[in-house]
Design a binder for this molecule. Sequence first.
Ligand code: ADP
Length: 490
Amino acid sequence: MKHKEIIIGAIAAIITFLAIQGFDIMPIIFFVGLGGILYYISGSKLLKVKSFSIGEEKKESSISFNDIGGQDVAKNELCEALEFIRSNDKLKALGIRPLKGILLNGPPGTGKTLLAKAAAQYTNSVFLSASGSEFVEMYVGVGAKRVRQLFTQAKQSAKKTNKHSAVIFIDEIEVLGGKRGQNHSHQEHDQTLNELLVQMDGISSDDDVKVLVLGATNRSDMLDSALLRPGRFDRIVKVDLPDRKGRSHILKLHTRNKPLSEQVEIEAIARDTFGFSGAQLESVTNEAAILAMREESQEISPNHFKNAIEKVMMGEKLDRLPSAEEKLRIAVHESGHALVGETIFPHSVASVNIASRSNALGYVRSTQEDDMFLYTYDYLKGRIAVSLAGALAEEVLLKSRSTGASSDFKNASDIARHIIHGGMSEIGIISVEDVPKNKLHDTISSILAEIEENTLAMLNENIRILKQISDELLEKETLSGDQLRALIKK
Ligand code: ADP
């Protein structure tokens, strides 16, 4: 800034001096003005690329692999790949080409960023992170320039801090590395991707700063095949939702600094949080602590955890309450799910609730003893029955249905589709692409119709219990699994 002012001052002084000396200063003023305008335009937003700083740099990444729960397979695979960087001299001696990119593939919140940070710490590298969307621009060439900047910045930062390697983490890499030629402004998009490929190709084991690119995505199917070719992202590490052991490990990590009451059983919370990601589990521990604080309790109790799980899963409780009539319908609907759920899958219901939250008016939370890899025909049919049971209970007790069941129906038809894909339906083993749409539709309908009939019969046979559960639920707003089982037994 200072330089600019000195130059402007000097130019003004020279022009004044020349004017006093009697020179014709008009042409000089014209050229200086023109130069000024050009300088202004090049510095303005229109053409400004220079001022863009990409890649959030963390001076020291303090996350280590020990701070990441579960993900043992991903950690092992990653560590094995990172040995390439740690023992670069051996690689050079054997003429092995360096590992340039590793792709972390998995749903959001499973710890991909944490793994990248831990990788930087493990290899004593500088860590830079950017998101794929930061490279998306309308102007041709801007994204490519940003990619170049990112690599230059990584090397410079490493040199500045006397490190020999840099980890560049690109989140949502499918935004930047999607298949070429398909994008709206595809020329710009393709140039950006090409630049990334060029930069990655340029990495060699002789570089004084080794650069490793870690990409994270949930859609590796969307990536351009050029990115997955050997010499680019040639390792793909799967980062899945944690299983029960993983969940328990993550919960333990995030409750290290929290006062838990003696009754809290981490294993039980892990069982109740089937399908939760690491980020959601972190949120559960945090919400539980907030609830404890609100109640001015010194310790976090199992009840705080229970409410925290429900809050993370279903959102905050609603201020706007349903009318009495709606509440009755919600109670009947949830009782249907709970009764059929508990009958077909004993001990599966953790709680039934009609305290409306932002994501659902009422809900049945179920526990799953173990994470499953394979589903049998009977299991899937059971799940469909549980899904349909809400609307059917409304029909049995209130003699009409409502719109509240649309997501249940979607769920049921998705499961029916699984049955068809698994070759377990009446049309036998099929290749899904070859089945006409109407045939698929008819088969789904026939699966659902049969289960609907059986479930309706089951509810009609147990109409008294259904009514009792619904009354109790209306009164108490929430029933635990044990309370529900006691009612059914009675
Ligand atoms: P992703 O990059 O996969 O979307 P992050 O790594 O950003 O997910 O995780 C977000 C947050 O969730 C982390 O800061 C951490 O608190 C928590 N988390 C996610 N996965 C784990 C895990 N495996 N172990 C411990 N904490 C985790």
